[in-house]
Design a protein around this ligand. Sequence first.
Ligand code: ADP
Ligand code: MG
Length: 501
Amino acid sequence: MQWEVVIGLETHAQLNTVTKIFSGAATAYGAEPNTQACAVDLALPGVLPVFNRAAAEKAVRFGLAVGARINRKSVFERKNYFYPDLPKGYQTTQLELPIVAEGGTLRIQVPSTGSGQAYEKDIRITRAHMEEDAGKSLHEDFHGMTGIDLNRAGTPLVEIVTEPDMRSSTEAVAYAKMLHSLVRWIGICDGNMQEGSFRCDANVSVRIKGTDTLGTRCEIKNLNSFKFLEKAIEYEVRRQIELIEDGGRVVQETRLYDPDRDETRSMRSKEEANDYRYFPDPDLLPLVVSDAYIEEIRSALPELPQAKRERFINEYSLPPYDAGVLTSARELADYFEATLRSLLSKGVGILTTPEYPSAEIFAAKITANWVINDLSSALNNASLEIVDSPISSAQLAGLLKRIQDSTISGKIAKEVFAAMWNGEGEADAVIEAKGLKQVSDSGAIEKIIDEIIAANPGQLAEYRSGKDKLFGFFVGQAMKASKGKANPAQLNEILKQKLAG
Ligand code: ADP
Ligand code: MG
């Protein structure tokens, strides 16, 4: 039987406001337990919530970034349930009238897998609403007792819900990554997954391919890494298919993923689900936002990742993959463009190839390569963010300029890059100090080639008798003799002539 997987995601992103959604207590992570919980967060009698308008601004910014309709009037409701980390006895959330209504989409880039090509897909955003987080129960280090930390109580969240549009764990992860990069890009969430600032619930069902009706779903709660999201979905899909094929049926329930055992386990079934008795919070007025307010937020939005990605493809002729990587974070995209602008301002070099018909396109591609590969892996190894790069965009442009004008080869450039990374100075200073300038003097290159040919009469004879592959051998030998400094294009040219005899 051909099974189809159906996934809808609900994501909690913590809004990075300075204070809580209904109180003035700080939201900073990692403080001593209960030092950031005020009377409102503790639900002391007689306290009243005061809405933090910064939360609304950030939620609206998200809605506009995905092209959703913004509800001019949204309503906070009480979701009643009893739990030790919820002293109020209810969570304040939005149900019937969320701030972000329907109409939004997020375009995802699904990477190629073993069996399939990379592709793009639009995932529909059903809604996004504001709510408060609960506190935390601490089960460790309390001599068998449980401690309650209310620092997190009242932290503002935006919960982003999708339509059941994803068809594989790969698509779900691509969506989660794209959303993660978007909330950081527009500055509404720090995206720190270890600290729980960004976590996903995955709703998973299966059905026979070709059927229209949805299968019964299970919801896997609180997945706080892309790896866990992927693994949990894959396990759950296997479980549901096996269950149905063995004649059973899936019951709608909430499940938890256990990464240590790589399995999901039932938490609670729909039958025993809570009746939350939602009702509008009488202590909070409906939230009304004006058109002018929305337009103000819209006009302050930065160029969004999707638009920037398309511009990089159109303006710089970058391959879609490169453009996607460069626009995965705003700082990375900015660094790339700053480097390219600096490189182009030094005057474009003469280097063009059939692959790169203009110097501008070559400049963009070489900049993309260096930012994506060499710079990103160096940053990664040093656990540094791009904004803390020891090599500035202007300095990297200085290095790339010397590749473009053939002062050094791409290979030597890696040596110069390493020296720059270690603080040995600008590209030109390093090239000078280490004597790395490329040899473009044809007399000198000819001399090297003559020596190599003379030293390898056997290979020469074989080459001339038709073993073309040996050309690479001669290139390698000559390059080595020049200590990697011979201009590769010139070396190839001269070698071809000499070998032909
Ligand atoms: P609830 O209010 O119980 O959480 P919703 O109808 O709001 O339920 O759906 C929550 C999430 O589950 C949404 O992301 C939705 O797309 C997804 N979903 C709903 N039905 C299915 C299904 N049969 N299979 C997979 N995902 C589903
Ligand atoms: Mg749900």
